[in-house]
Ligand binder design. Sequence first.
Ligand code: NZQ
Ligand code: ZN
Length: 393
Amino acid sequence: MENFNFYSPTEFVFGRDRENETGKYVKKYGGTRVLIHYGSGSAVRSGLLDRVKKSLDSEEIFYTELGGVKPNPRDTLVYEGIEICRRENIDFILCVGGGSVIDSAKGIAAGALYDGDFWDFYTDKAEIEKALPVGTVLTIAAAGSEGSGASVVTQESTKLKRDTGSDLLRPKFSVLNPQLTCTLPAFQTACGAADIMAHVFERYFTNTAEVEITDRLCEAVLLTMIKETPRVIADPDNYEARANIMWAGTVAHNDIVGVGRIQDWNSHAIEHELSGMYDVAHGAGLAVIMPSWMEFVMSHNIMRFAQMAVRVFGCQMNFENPEVTAKGGIRAFRSFLHSIGLPVNFAELGAREEDIPALVKNLGLGDGKTGGFVNLSSDDVAEIYRIAVNAKA
Ligand code: NZQ
Ligand code: ZN
């Protein structure tokens, strides 16, 4: 096992109706002048935004608002948010929404206290040294941003989607009420499930030996998702299944299942070029990319893929030819994704084979390599995209 620090300072406030306590937690973490940040309307339509405002009112906390975050959040709105924070002397950002809202808020939080262009953090030109505190009221189980130090933003003018990270961006608190996810369209629920599973797989496929505890934690999250996702697709109001998925989404990405091992993250990098270029949902892009990446790298460690196939997808171990088992596991993963309504190839996603050179170029590897479980070159990445073009469930 590798040496590690585990730092997850976020207070998770979990359960029914807990959004009504938001004001109390904003106060606890020092918020007196709040920017409420939200998306394109679901939180307004459901009445959630009003309930959150009411809880701020009851604590007599000042707030102003910035809505309109789109999925794959744009830099343009982040600039607007930074402006508001400076003008209004904001000291706390409250997100009401999903990963896109939270990531946009994190960009604002870091940018508001930085003299330069906030985009510097996303292009490795600068490191985050200060950030406004952020709290969240989560409405979709997916990105795990409610417990992570990461933020992913798309630059509108170039369509480049880039990430940054810092412990300073980890939310002070996150309200997780599974009831709030019942209004999600089935497709968004499924995209969230794919993202949660991908966050686990990015950690599961490692070259670090003997990480039994995190292997087993990873498998537990994956098995939970395989059991609960079809249940909520069939019965969107199933609170218990929603609750299991919501907590799975958080533990999949606050790194408790990833510590002590070298992680991969190549599927995410390869996917981000798709959601950057075509503005597709991140989870849908992952459903297309991740099994294709698995097929491409499988031979690097057949036994690890066979282990995944047996323990997670219940495949029979073929001791004479473990490759058969490994392939069976990948097939089962792709079929699962398809069964919950996700695309599994370029055409279903709305991506084009002729764009592969541009996607590879945008990834910016040049002659370099990615690192991770398997060190990929630009040619390797192009091959993974090609596998994804023709993939079938
Ligand atoms: O904008 P509204 O109207 O709220 O609609 C959203 C949006 O259209 C809708 N939605 C959310 N909650 C809802 C709801 N609709 C009805 N009822 C509800 N309760 O769902 C749509 C998707 O929302 P979004 O926030 O984009 O989803 P998600 O949480 O999947 O976030 C995706 C973004 O997170 C990034 C992705 O790249 C993508 O940009 N990621 C962030 C990570 C991080 N910060 O740690 C890690 C991830 O790997 C990921 O890359
Ligand atoms: Zn993700």
